[in-house]
Design a binder for this molecule. Structure first.
Ligand code: C2E
Ligand code: MG
Ligand code: MG
Length: 566
């Protein structure tokens, strides 16, 4: 009987509220008399109506359930369909009985006051024992409607799960899930932008949360306008954008564009750290490096301080005050040519003077400042002091040679370091080629591309670069093959064992010849404390040395007397 439905979509307006009708039907049908179809289709909600008398002939349990009819038995059988189903006392205005055929299903959506919603009704006509019966099947919804609803719900769920409510960007969970399978996604190039609003907490506290929210929404819009959908709000004031398969030039142009947009805003400042790589290996390392760059940018630059009232700014103010009070001093240790015994340069080493006037060695305070991201203030102070010293020496007619400064990772990756370094040199009239920058092994942790790029830019600015503490980590070997260093400084631990340990000698010898073969990379041994060490190092061909055997790090005036004064 059930042929392909003849889809006439008719929406029927709500009828009157159901009220129980009083009319009784002429004759109730016994169970055995039900047409076959009605008895077999038990799972479906079915009822039968006599189209000529409008009597409800039969209704199965599913239909009763669906219509939430309170009748226990079949007592409504024989009542008018419009009374039972629509609560009317006369025929429904929308009655389609005259359109029914025995050929095709008639499909309509009828409002059911009993359950106060539309149900889909499929009807077909058939003749049975001289009566024309309408078989109706009730459906909650069309299947495609259900499908649509499911899709909509899925979308909503996805939104709740993946999307940040306030900004409409993807949230941290989406970000994590993308990172998790990024390696399987065959992505060749990746650009990561890490962003953090400066002092959002302060904005919330002083201007109210609504202002804070407005700023977050504005920032999200700016980020999305440049980096599109792969932008995430990963923390209350932190955002990340990922640029997938974008080449370096395009990526950097976008980062620059975004920064320009940020700096055009007056209500907030955003610290930005970015990193680009031609592969997605060690994605978590890359992500944390981009974050470290952002952190460094955030802590960098005195200019940021006024806009930044958080705890870090307080510590920074304290540190700057201590620097201004002269609590930090720069000592100098000579670098000696091991063949001639003459001074070739010096290393600047910072000291802190405590309230009692006791000198504190850098190992006791540098790690703290590295951790809280303030080390760049010290490094910049040392560079300024060194430039000032070189200027003095020149003006007082002393010798002038290269001086090394130690630069921490945080300082190096801060955005403006090279620019600032050049500006400081210029201010004191010092050629950057008189400044050597010592970077330590922990730079092996930095992304190779980033380091190669930084060192290239420092070379272009005129600085020379030393690798400090070589031999404390094996990853340095790889770094040596990637980056050109002007000097490699062998760690004191190697010098310590150079006399007694033949293996150290072999290692040293190989490293010296390796540096020679690199071209013009000089070798320097740190921590030479006695003549035996010096002798072995000379024999092994090491060119430069530093250590208590020659001189301890000296205060400025002592250093002037011993090494600078002609
Ligand atoms: P470093 O750059 O490897 O400096 C060499 C360290 O070895 C210095 O320690 C120096 O005093 C010490 N030294 C030199 N010759 C001898 C020797 O013959 N025997 C012994 N036992 N030690 C010797 P210092 O001055 O305590 O500095 C420790 C570290 O602190 C430095 O290691 C450097 O990594 C860091 N540092 C010093 N000044 C600065 C700075 O201005 N900025 C940054 N970021 N780090 C700095
Ligand atoms: Mg050093
Ligand atoms: Mg060292």
């Amino acid at each position: 009987i059930l042929k392909k439905p003849f889809l006439t979509k008719v929406k029927v307006a709500p009828g009157n509220i159901y009220k129980r009708g009083a009319e009784m039907g002429s004759k109730m049908m016994g169970c055995d008399e039900f047409p076959q179809i009605a008895r077999t289709e038990t799972a479906r909600a079915i009822y039968l109506i006599d189209v000529d008398t409008c009597e409800l002939v039969y209704m199965n349990k599913s239909a009763k359930d669906m219509l939430q009819l309170a009748y226990e038995d079949d007592s409504y059988c024989g009542k008018k369909c419009y009374t039972v189903l629509q609560g009317l006392s006369s025929k429904c205005s929308f009655c389609r009985n005259n359109l029914l055929t025995t050929e095709r299903m008639f499909v309509e959506e009828i409002y059911q006051p009993l359950v106060q919603r539309y149900l889909q009704v499929k009807s077909i006509l058939f003749n049975y024992m001289g009566r024309r019966l309408r078989l109706e099947i009730l459906y909650n919804f069309k299947e495609e409607e259900l499908e649509k609803q499911k899709k909509y719900l899925d979308q909503k769920l996805e939104q709740i799960r993946w999307v940040d409510n306030l900004t409409g960007l993807y949230n941290r969970e989406k970000y994590s899930s993308l990172l998790k399978d990024i390696e399987t996604k065959k992505i060749r190039q990746i650009g990561i932008v890490d962003m953090d609003i400066n002092g959002l907490r302060n904005i919330n506290a002083t201007k109210g949360y609504q202002s804070g929210d407005r700023i977050l929404i504005r920032i999200a819009a700016l980020i999305k306008s440049v980096f599109g959908v792969n932008s995430f709000r990963v923390g209350s004031d932190e955002f990340v954008s990922l640029a997938l398969n974008m080449d370096k030039v395009d990526f950097e142009a976008k980062v620059t564009a975004l920064k320009a947009k940020f700096s055009a805003e007056t209500d907030f400042r955003v610290s930005v750290g970015s990193l680009w790589s031609d592969n997605c290996r060690d994605i978590y390392k890359k992500v944390s490096q981009a974050n470290a760059v952002m952190e460094a940018t955030k802590s960098f630059g005195y200019k940021n301080l006024t806009a930044d009232y958080n705890h870090k700014a307080e510590s920074a103010h304290r540190l700057l005050a201590e620097i201004a009070e002269g609590r930090f001093k720069v000592h100098l240790q000579p670098k000696i040519n091991l063949q001639t015994g003459l001074i070739e340069g010096a290393e600047a080493l910072v000291r802190k003077i405590d309230e009692q006037g006791v000198i504190i060695s850098p190992d006791n305070f540098i790690p703290d400042y590295e951790e809280n991201g303030l080390i760049n203030y010290i490094d910049i102070f040392v560079l300024k002091t060194v430039c000032r010293m070189l200027k003095d020496w020149r003006e007082r007619g002393g010798r002038v040679f290269k001086v090394s400064v130690n630069v921490s990772r945080v300082t190096l990756i801060a955005e403006d370091t090279i620019k600032n370094g050049v500006a400081i040199c210029k201010k004191y009239g010092i050629d950057p080629c008189l400044i050597d920058v010592e970077i330590t092994e922990s730079f092996g942790l930095l992304e190779k591309e980033l380091l190669v790029d930084l060192i290239k830019r420092m070379h272009e600015a005129g600085f020379s670069i030393s690798m400090d503490d070589f031999g404390t980590s094996f990853s340095n070997l790889e770094l040596l093959s990637q980056v050109h260093f002007d000097t490699v400084k062998f760690d004191k631990s190697l010098t310590d064992s150079i006399v007694d340990n033949p293996k150290t000698q072999i290692l040293f010898k190989a490293a010296v010849s390796m540096c020679r073969e690199f071209g013009d990379t000089l070798t320097l041994a740190e921590g030479i404390e006695n003549e035996e060490q010096l002798k072995v190092l000379q024999k092994l061909g090491c060119q430069l040395g530093q250590g208590y055997y020659f001189a301890r790090p000296l205060p400025e005036d002592e250093f002037w007397e011993r090494y600078i004064k002609k």
